[in-house]
Design a protein around this ligand. Sequence first.
Ligand SMILES: NC(=O)c1ccc[n+]([C@@H]2O[C@H](COP(=O)([O-])OP(=O)(O)OC[C@H]3O[C@@H](n4cnc5c(N)ncnc54)[C@H](OP(=O)(O)O)[C@@H]3O)[C@@H](O)[C@H]2O)c1
Length: 273
Amino acid sequence: MFENKRIGVIGAGVMGKALINGLLHSGHVQFTQVWASVKSESSQKKLSEAADYPVYTDFSDEIGKTDIFLVCTKPRYVAGVLDLLKDSGKLKPGCLIVSIAAGVTISRMKEHLGPSVALIRAMPNTPCKINEGITVYSPAAGVSTEHKAIAQSIFSSVGQVIELDEVHLDAVTAVSGSGPAYIFLIMESLADGGVRVGLPRDVALQLVSQTVLGSAKMLQLAGKHPAALKDEVTTPAGSTIAALLTMEDGKIRSVLARAVEEATRTARGLGNA
Ligand SMILES: NC(=O)c1ccc[n+]([C@@H]2O[C@H](COP(=O)([O-])OP(=O)(O)OC[C@H]3O[C@@H](n4cnc5c(N)ncnc54)[C@H](OP(=O)(O)O)[C@@H]3O)[C@@H](O)[C@H]2O)c1
């Protein structure tokens, strides 16, 4: 699928690098097929020293040779990047542009690229760095099966992949895009609790991280509702129900659910920044 294809990653920061590494480690793509770009000379120097592929601050010479562009800059830079691609006049017919920027809609991107460019909007998350990510992608109208398969293959090299209508992407951003931060905050808080009752910090963190990992795997494998799995831990008159009621007193459910609602609203506005 990637044979003889050239892939350019515009914005090789946290997510851009994760995608390049996933693609290279998957074996689908050789490092000779990849280039990356960053904004600053300092990032260019740092990444060049570590990478086997070219890293540019000015990638204009690559535009006409590239089949797949992954746009991984912060949302506010996306319009400028797309203008640069379009205005170069060098985009190959049949090339594919995939953007992972939060909040930047397909219709917004089409305003810069024109209607005929194949475009996919996607939302991965940072566990892509260890191939445990999850990505939702939404193709623009008319995107070919081959281009969808390319997106599927890129993101499955770093974790699970779902195709969904674009209408859901801001909600996806709020749940799984930002989700690792919520889980880390919860894990830090649980470890703090362990430290408060006398556990060494490193032991508390190990207990918490393996508990989260094991619980997530149980949810994925058991095919049960999380409430049923919670009930299995909750002995009558025991310590778990005491903790759960304390959490309910703090309105933990509505706090977490409302946080997702707020993040969705914020994500929706990021493309207009
Ligand atoms: N981080 C997440 O958890 C996450 C999850 C899902 C989606 N996303 C989306 O992924 C995108 C990138 O996020 P990130 O966390 O990876 O950001 P990041 O680490 O700050 O990386 C952004 C990269 O873009 C480069 N850049 C900026 N302007 C550029 C331009 N005009 N041309 C080429 N490169 C340019 C920056 O170069 P310099 O290093 O020189 O500044 C940097 O390397 C965002 O749009 C975000 O919405 C992020």
